[in-house]
Design a protein around this ligand. Sequence first.
Ligand code: SAM
Length: 344
Amino acid sequence: MMETPMASTATSTPTALTDSFGRSITDLRISVTERCNYRCVYCRTGQGEASNHAEPPAEPLSWSELERLARAFVGLGIKKVRLTGGEPLLRPGLVEFVASVAALGVTDIALTTNGHLLAPLAGPLRRAGLTRVTVSLDSLQPESFTRITRVPGGLDRVLEALAAAAAARLWPVKVNVVLLRGYNDGEIEAFARFARERDCVVRFIEFMPLEEGSLWSRARVVPMDEIVQRISRVHALDPLPRKPGETACRYRFHDGADGEIGIVAPVTSPFCNQCTRVRVTADGKLRTCLFSLREWDLRPALREPSADTLAGRIRRAVAQKEERHHIGEPGFVKPARGMVQIGG
Ligand code: SAM
């Protein structure tokens, strides 16, 4: 029988979660599964489900454990919850889990998905309380889409998912594009046109060294300056003010056209001093930075009867949140787990 999450209401008064650098932690990203139906070159090895993990995937937290976890974070002042993976839509029960997070009083619940399974679920997710969706789409050309995702025939499904998300009022729909030199860097202008025509937010993301394989090099990264320059040659851009905790530099089109461009530039323009996020992996490990070399196992505290034990462990971990990442610096150490296991 499929396990379904419990719905309940938060009771404790939120008290701010603050790290030792004075940053307030208000955003929680929860990975609900490590499994993924895509094998994107910048993320996976392409060698099947287990890829090159030394260990088989760990047992994920149950939905009721995830609900308890979300409740603890909400009690500590978390305002925004993003559900991710792996591919979150692969796990049955996600709609009910969204409803249980909404029942905690969270009004900003987002989902990051590759979109492959989204079209029929967009309406149910919206009705359950999902407010926003980000769909990963790295190429608008079928051959290139398949070269990157290593899944044939997916592009049409993802385009259909974007339409379904807009129809379900999961608006504004965001499209994540990880730019890779030699793969899709020729499509920057086409994606800008796509943002205007579809009235969506296209967010270009600089490639980070978080893949299971070893594709990353500085030369593979398409830097933010180049993206802005190339779009500006075709459509003038006006910068938008950066919201607190916002990862992207945002731009609108100067001619007033619909759509928006965002650029997430962790490599060439890190935003660590603005970071408001922590992550929990599908197996219950709290990560205070994407590039953390240390994880905090929350599973034992989740099984303790007292909610204080869990809250205390979260507080202690957050107090030790890293000041910043060290991508590209001498001595940089890549985390043992890649993006698919951490949750992007
Ligand atoms: N399966 C979902 C998806 O494809 O959106 C959610 C998980 S995926 C790990 C979350 C996001 O991380 C995606 O937008 C993906 O493109 C991005 N991502 C994965 N690996 C990355 C990397 N090495 N550098 C930058 N972004 C990456």
